[in-house]
Design a protein around this ligand. Structure first.
Ligand SMILES: Cc1cc2nc3c(=O)[nH]c(=O)nc-3n(C[C@H](O)[C@H](O)[C@H](O)COP(=O)(O)OP(=O)(O)OC[C@H]3O[C@@H](n4cnc5c(N)ncnc54)[C@H](O)[C@@H]3O)c2cc1C
Length: 327
């Protein structure tokens, strides 16, 4: 492992100033929350920063606060704390379930929500120092000719990663907002706009620029007439990423949909919102046939690789199941 200098940040401002300084000096720097993912990439020589800026030493960035209209979740709030928070379990169950589905109990006790959203792809080609893949500055995405059985079927190319975060699709379904601090000050963006498709930039997964860090997530409370669903399909129950996940929030009255948000994980390089299916559902009585059709619409345009065509049917069925469970 390449040696690096660790700096314990004392404030958001200090972290941002340091990151900006290192960027100007053309030194590589990595921010670290729980370190559960970042340090592994460093040990595997996939990331080799000169500096590590530790955010865990910033006081108050781990608080979870319920206020009028929703929840403010500090960037350093641990996945386990989100999973177990009584008011989040009561009012944002899909987020609590998604946090509880991520990784293992040990990782959830160390891993933070910002780290979960900003984690790098779990593609085996990206994670192996033997492959200089497109995302690491190489010439090609090895998935196209190699083994892409867990990779993207929607929104992919020229890189075929799937977004690895379990909490991201739930937060998109809930209409969360993400607060970012950087050299130009603070900004808040809908979390849906936080993630970046490879066709826009295949070297990064989110909009963060050098010197910017995530400081908070705001999750609005869903309307009382709405119901959610979260489910993740994986190969085994312990620390395994989603093959396909679905998060839905449906607002309905007597089974008729007023509004619906349908977001899939494990199928695309970003949490994939099925906007056309949502549109189709509005005003319809949600029965078996409608839910099935919505599942088919959600997967329109899917372009599976040679090894992952199974994901199409799996995702269609899971959307159908999620919708029926959301009324
Ligand atoms: C074996 C294993 C299995 C896993 N399985 C799953 C799974 O099934 N589902 C799932 O969702 N996740 C899974 N994960 C990922 C896990 O959830 C993450 O490791 C964890 O959430 C990261 O949190 P952290 O605070 O430790 O992040 P770190 O390791 O500290 O950082 C991760 C990344 O986020 C960046 N980062 C951290 N904090 C900030 C911030 N505030 N602002 C900007 N960037 C930041 C870092 O620079 C780094 O790139 C798995 C991880 C492992 C090791």
């Amino acid at each position: 492992m390449k040696s690096f200098q660790n700096i314990d940040a004392k404030s958001v401002q200090q972290a941002v100033t340091l990151l900006q300084k290192f960027n100007h000096e053309k030194k590589s720097a990595l921010v670290v929350g729980g370190g559960s993912e970042a340090l592994q990439l460093m040990k595997d020589n996939v990331l080799t920063p000169d500096y590590v800026v530790n955010l865990k030493t910033i006081p108050g960035l781990d608080t979870i606060r319920e206020e009028r209209g929703g929840f403010r979740i500090g960037a350093l709030a641990k996945l386990a704390d989100i999973e177990d928070h009584p008011a989040i379990r009561e009012k944002l169950l899909i987020l609590s379930d998604a946090a509880g589905d991520a990784a293992s109990p040990q990782i959830r006790n160390a891993g933070t929500i910002a780290g979960n959203l900003c984690q790098r792809p779990f593609c085996w080609y990206f994670r192996s120092s033997s492959f200089n893949c497109l995302r690491k500055g190489g010439q090609m995405c090895y998935t196209i000719t190699g083994d892409g059985r867990f990779h993207a079927i929607l929104g992919a190319g020229p890189s075929y990663i799937v977004h690895p975060s379990d909490t991201a699709p739930a937060l998109v379904a809930l209409g969360a907002q993400i607060k970012i601090a950087g050299p130009a000050g603070e900004k808040t963006v809908p979390i849906e706009k936080f993630f970046v498709l490879p066709s826009v930039d295949f070297k990064k997964e989110n909009i963060l620029n050098p010197g910017e860090i995530v400081t908070e997530i705001f999750v609005p409370a869903p309307k009382p007439s709405s119901k959610g669903f979260h489910h993740k399909v994986r190969e085994r129950l312990a620390w395994d990423h989603a093959i396909v996940a679905v998060d839905t929030i449906v607002e309905s009255s007597s089974g008729v949909v007023r509004d619906a948000r349908v977001v899939m994980g494990g199928v695309a390089p970003i949490p994939w919102r099925a906007a056309k299916a949502e549109e189709f559902l509005r005003g319809k009585k949600l029965d078996d046939a409608v839910a099935k059709q919505a599942g088919e619409i959600a997967l329109e345009g899917a372009k599976p690789l040679k090894d992952n065509i199974y994901k199409v049917k799996m995702a269609q069925d899971l959307v159908q199941r999620g919708l029926l469970a959301s009324v």
